[in-house]
Design a protein around this ligand. Structure first.
Ligand code: NAD
Length: 260
């Protein structure tokens, strides 16, 4: 038997087959989970209608997380099909494009700070708050973060602050929801060439730097993230909560590998 049989998981953040959330959906589906999907706007709806069929799902629901009502309506609509469910994948981030290049102090604005934190961090706990009563015991909530939360990475800028907030959010959510049997974790992914990543200046240079200097000497894939997410959604990880799990080929623990 596959280790996610009987689990119902809601997946956000697919925009195409390169999305990290798509890799997660593949692994969860392979392990027997039943899946539902969200899309942020009508433009992406058609794609999700097609992609959801890859997972034999017909549950696709609108949710732009910038809109509080959308988040509440997402779960009232989901409740019409699933009274209860076993967790969700939060694979959503956004910052205004002009923030992801140049000198951090020069480019930052108050409004971009608000937008990045709202969409990339607050939305995670907002989704948990709105769905709390529907979550079964042994549910698992997962978000995606990046090393830029704990190190100053060129051009990542405001997203680094938003990811730092998201990682703290993960810990506070885990502590709040643990007594209900709900676990909350973040996966810190190494760089992967997705649509969101193309917005970060010099992203391809980041990829080649990580491939050549991480302990496993390759870039990681959406399949690598998917397999970790499947484990974290399952009861195999029953005692792991509030953690930031690095799936980056060990890049975060290495230093000066290029010296050889
Ligand atoms: P992606 O472009 O495939 O996915 C980003 C998703 O965010 C899209 O589906 C987009 O529709 C969604 N989104 C943006 N604003 C939204 C809103 N207001 N409401 C609802 N959805 C919204 O890129 P990805 O790289 O797969 O990103 C998924 C997550 O992984 C993000 O949190 C990202 O920061 C994180 N991450 C990515 C990398 C990487 O190198 N690609 C590394 C570490 C972490």
């Amino acid at each position: 038997m596959s280790f996610l049989t009987g689990k119902r998981i809601l997946i956000t953040g697919i925009v195409n087959t390169r999305s990290i959330a798509y890799g997660i959906a593949q692994a969860l589906y392979r392990e027997g989970a039943e899946l539902a999907f969200t899309y942020p706007n009508e433009k992406i709806r058609l794609r999700i209608e097609v992609l959801s069929k890859h997972f034999n799902s017909s549950i696709i629901l609108p949710c732009n997380v910038e809109n509080d009502e959308n988040i509440i309506e997402l779960f009232s609509k989901l409740a019409k099909t699933w009274n209860t469910f076993d967790g969700f994948i939060h694979a959503i981030a956004f910052a205004p494009p002009n923030q992801l290049k140049g000198d951090y102090v020069d480019v930052i604005t108050k409004e971009s700070f608000r937008i990045a934190h709202d969409i990339s961090s607050y939305s995670f706990v907002a989704m948990a708050k709105a769905s709390r009563k529907m979550l079964n015991k042994d549910s698992s909530l997962i978000t995606l973060t990046y090393l830029g939360a704990v190190r100053a990475v060129p051009n990542y800028n405001i997203m680094g602050l938003a990811k730092a907030s998201l990682e703290a959010n993960t810990k506070y959510m885990a502590n709040s929801m643990g007594p209900d049997g709900i676990r909350v974790n973040a996966i810190s992914s190494g760089p992967i060439y997705t649509l969101a990543a193309t917005g970060i200046t010099n992203f391809k240079k980041m990829l080649s730097h990580c491939a050549s200097s991480s302990p496993i000497r390759r870039n990681i894939t959406i399949e690598d993230i998917g397999n970790t997410a499947a484990f974290l959604c399952s009861n195999l990880s029953a005692a792991i909560t509030g953690s930031v799990i690095y799936v980056d080929g060990g890049f975060n623990i290495a230093h000066m590998n290029k010296l050889g």
